[in-house]
Design a protein around this ligand. Sequence first.
Ligand SMILES: C[S@@+](CC[C@H](N)C(=O)[O-])C[C@H]1O[C@@H](n2cnc3c(N)ncnc32)[C@H](O)[C@@H]1O
Length: 266
Amino acid sequence: MTTKTSQQYIGKLAVLYQGQGDSLPFQQLAERLGVPLYQPLNNDSQEDFFLSWRDGCLKLLDTVGATGRSHLQKGGLAVDIEPRNGEQRSWPAPKDGALARALGRKTRTVVDATTGWGQDSLHIFRMGYDLLCIERSPVMAELLTDGFARLAQQDWMQRLNLEPPRLIQGNAIDLLADLEVQPDCIYLDPMFPPKRKKSALAKKSMMVLRDLLGDDQDKEQLFEAALNAAGKRVVVKSPDYAEPLGGKPSQSFQGKLLRYDVYLKG
Ligand SMILES: C[S@@+](CC[C@H](N)C(=O)[O-])C[C@H]1O[C@@H](n2cnc3c(N)ncnc32)[C@H](O)[C@@H]1O
């Protein structure tokens, strides 16, 4: 993974070291992201988010909703590498369900241009597609790198001699134009504004992502870049209340409270 140092997290995010082993990886992480390292948590800190290794995972901890600025929410969020509920625990898992139908029967290679927490990417990977992941947020890219490294250590991955998906950190609007190999399918799941201010149904991980990164304002440009770069199709995941991102889709597949809009190339 290549990571650009970013100023965008100053005052919003810090790395937290609480005496858990070697502090060097924490220092290096803070340097890569250009954010402060606290050891331990400073009571006057202004940041809403902290990155720290806990229970063998890099975790994003938030203070949002906690009492007092420096009180961390319990638990924290890491990239979850376990199959989703109902997903078959074999590799490759059967290509069924709305996502597989949207990706298409003849698709072999997929670029997920909005990887986020990697949940769709990992589902796509477990179904056996050849996958490249792109994520523009350096923080999410760090969390994904940690998750993919944990994935590489899984028994089943090693038994089957599988490599985790490749990850590139950067803006997909630029990166898609320079892909070495044209993928069959480009998958997009940009952040749409919520229907209501705080949806009770929104997952905690997505609420945190929105608080950290905001909505993706340039999704129309991303769609155009994807349409230019894809070999056969672009798939856009949308909340069911949102208008289709690229106008009338060629096909649409309904999931639970969401839609996969498919744009086939001529
Ligand atoms: C709604 S989340 C994706 C969630 C993901 N599908 C999952 O299963 O966890 C959107 C993500 O896309 C990323 N993103 C949006 N526009 C992007 C772009 N132009 N290039 C790269 N990443 C982008 C955001 O930083 C954010 O992490």
